[in-house]
Write a protein that binds this ligand. Structure first.
Ligand code: IMP
Ligand code: MG
Length: 181
């Protein structure tokens, strides 16, 4: 095992079994949709979304958005900047936002407010991980994969200094190893 990981929270097998289950939810939820788009928030959602979409059997398209959060204030829109916007208009579409993890909820709350103003037919959130103890704003996902503890996690999209997103597990990062990154 990677010596920078203190503890494995979820193994690859556990994560991928859960993602299959989430795809089942997507297939049921969007079976009657005429225009369904999943929006991945870059970069953390990439491993999750790439797995998920292979088990999605309803017609769908994908689009991506990069946002950067400044944190601090809890008042939403002001503290999240759109670094890269969607390529396509979402008005009239069934939109599902895919995220790696919801912690404070600040990032996603701003994204939801922003995307709502573009008049999608529906707007929902699916997240691979949820850290409910970190929540600072009123924001809930419509579908959650794995509940995780309030720790500094890496893997399956989660990074430390942009590294380790590729680890095929969810683990607790040993912060004593921060200067090795
Ligand atoms: P929020 O606005 O606090 O909900 O921020 C969520 C974002 O913070 C996620 O999309 C991740 O990029 C990042 N994040 C939250 N928790 C962790 C963690 O434990 N490790 C690495 N990144 C995290
Ligand atoms: Mg993220």
């Amino acid at each position: 095992m990677d010596s920078r990981i203190k503890e494995i929270i979820y193994t690859r097998e556990e994560i991928e079994t859960k993602i299959k289950e989430l795809a089942g939810w997507v297939n049921e939820e969007y079976k009657d949709s005429k225009d369904f788009v999943i929006i991945g928030l870059l970069k953390g959602s990439v491993p999750f979304l790439s797995r998920l979409m292979m088990d999605v059997t309803v017609d769908m398209s994908i689009d991506f958005m990069t946002v950067s959060s400044y944190g601090g204030e809890t008042s939403s829109t002001g503290n999240v900047k759109i670094v890269m916007d969607l390529k396509k208009d979402i008005s009239g579409k069934d939109v599902l936002i895919a995220e790696d993890i919801i912690d404070s909820g600040i990032t996603l709350k701003s994204v939801v407010e922003n995307l709502s103003s573009r008049n999608p037919k529906s707007l929902k959130i699916i997240t691979l991980m949820d850290k409910p103890t970190g929540r600072k704003v009123d924001l809930y996902a419509d579908k959650v994969g794995l509940i995780v503890p309030d720790a500094f996690l890496v893997g399956y999209g989660l990074d430390v200094k942009e590294k380790m997103r590729n680890l095929p597990l969810i683990g607790v990062f040993d912060q004593d190893k921060l200067d090795e990154i």
